[in-house]
Design a binder for this molecule. Structure first.
Ligand SMILES: [Zn+2]
Length: 480
């Protein structure tokens, strides 16, 4: 909770089994240990290392380069100091020279002229370097400290790590430049989300806490933990501006961000290179920090993916979808429900209920009320079987109902969908008598096409009405 600092959930994977904490969860290490003499020093050291690795709470004990998520802090500081305004225009040029160092934008195509909001949406590195320069190293460090990056957050958990931060005395223009987009300083995830919360909660740096209250065996509250506000870092006004800007990041690029239908969400992605582990710059830490509702945040969530190994590695691609999945479940759970606008409503997918044992008439009414088409096979009065069931399909999709006990399902051959837009895929499947389940937050976005992962491969024979699930994504562009 960005206002109170109460932590609702915290997880590190791969997890160990808490019932057997000493069992080595990493298979490779476990196999290595099995080959060693248990009394040898080598064994003991390896076991100790493995334990500290698997027991480590990365959220509080690991430090990382936050990358572009940190642009929220640089931006909020510069707005608060009025060294920039929302109307200032900055250039990208895909790179910027700072003394003897050339810094590149993550994008190979020039972002062109941008104001602050557009630069945040584009996550444009050259703009944030310019914003850092305008702020200056002294003010940069002042806000860096004010946002709590040079102290422990004070969370009620053990083994909180200190950051590794560039001191003002060593901060030349090059260090300032790389710090401005989150690449120099290493902080813990808990420091990052605490500072980020201050940027969006009205400006208050709040101590994160796991324990809300302590009760005795009869359920009486023995101790209630109060919210601890350490200080105000930026003004309510600047914080309100940051909420709008970050909501714009999600709204402006629904495909590659934390867009969830019916909700106002703000967020920022980050992708940093682990240069100390891999000097070629090919090893990444990808993250996303989202909050909702954007106008009055009740939840803030940071996902950090350490060393994504797939084809995709940007925070917007690997961490944002995790935020989407979790927040889609959590927001209704905490009583925040979606409010759809008309275009969202038309686009909603429908979950097909089971109408088995309904009369044909009842079944038709139930399904048609949900905006689905119904195809009845057979002459019976009662539904004995249906396809699909419990699948999420597009509005206007069709459900095949069988009314005779030993009716044989009609089958059709699945077409290839890769490369089609959602509309094309839906129309194609419809022609074959099949349904579409669209996956991936990218399917809203212009230019998003079906990826090669359709749930039933082309050429396979399936019952008519089957829902084929397909991920849609924009492959040519992304955002860091
Ligand atoms: Zn750029």
């Amino acid at each position: 909770n960005p206002k109170t600092g109460q932590i609702y959930a915290m997880a590190t994977s791969d997890p160990y089994d808490p019932n057997e904490p000493a069992a080595i969860s990493d298979e490779k290490t476990a196999a290595e240990l099995a080959g060693l003499d248990e009394d040898s020093n080598d064994y003991k050291q390896k076991q100790l290392d493995a334990w500290s690795l698997q027991w480590k709470n990365k959220a509080v004990s690991e430090i990382y380069n936050p990358g572009s998520v940190f642009k929220v802090i640089t931006g909020a500081s510069a707005l608060e100091e009025k060294t920039i305004t929302l109307n200032d225009i900055f250039g990208c040029g895909t790179q910027i020279q700072v003394e003897d160092t050339t810094f590149h934008c993550w994008s190979f195509t020039d972002h062109g002229s941008q104001d602050f909001a557009q630069a945040m949406l584009n996550s444009c590195n050259p703009v944030f370097i310019q914003i850092g320069m305008k702020l200056g190293s002294e003010k940069f460090c002042q806000y860096y400290n004010a946002f709590g990056f040079n102290e422990l957050t004070g969370i009620d958990l053990p083994a909180e790590s200190n950051s590794i931060s560039m001191p003002l005395s060593n901060m030349g223009p090059v260090q300032l430049a790389s710090s401005s987009f989150g690449q120099t300083n290493k902080v813990t995830p808990i420091q990052m989300i605490t500072a980020y919360s201050a940027a969006i909660n009205g400006g208050y740096l709040v101590t994160p806490q796991v324990v809300n209250s302590i009760t005795d065996e009869n359920g009486n509250i023995v101790k209630k933990m109060d919210t601890v506000v350490r200080r105000q870092v930026i003004s309510e006004d600047t914080s309100a501006t940051m909420r709008e800007i970050l909501e714009g990041v999600v709204e402006g690029q629904p495909g590659s961000n934390c867009y969830i239908k019916g909700y106002r969400i703000g967020g920022k992605s980050g992708t940093s290179q682990k240069m100390d582990e891999d000097s070629t710059g090919q090893t990444y830490v990808s993250s996303y920090c989202a909050f909702a509702p954007a106008d009055d945040p009740e939840i803030v969530m940071l996902v950090m993916v350490d060393h994504p190994t797939g084809e995709k590695f940007y925070g917007s691609q690997v961490a944002a979808p995790i935020c989407v999945n979790v927040l889609s479940d959590v927001l209704p759970y905490v009583g925040i429900f979606p409010e759809y606008d008309e275009s969202e409503l038309a686009d909603l997918q429908v979950s097909v209920p089971s109408v088995q044992y309904y009369t044909v008439e009842e079944a038709k009414k139930t399904l048609e009320d949900l905006g689905l088409e119904v195809k009845v096979k057979g002459e019976g009065d009662t539904v004995v079987k249906q396809t699909p069931v419990a699948a999420k399909i597009e509005h206007g999709g069709s459900v095949v109902l069988y009314t005779e006990a030993n009716a044989k399902e009609e089958t059709v051959t699945v077409p290839e969908l890769k490369g089609l837009t959602k509309e094309q895929a839906r129309a194609t499947l419809d022609m074959y008598g099949l349904n579409l389940t669209a996956e991936g937050s990218g399917y809203e976005e212009e230019g998003a096409v079906a990826q090669s992962d359709q749930s039933v491969g082309a050429g396979q024979s399936v019952p008519m009405g089957t829902a084929v699930s397909v991920t849609f994504a924009v492959t040519s562009v992304g955002s860091q």
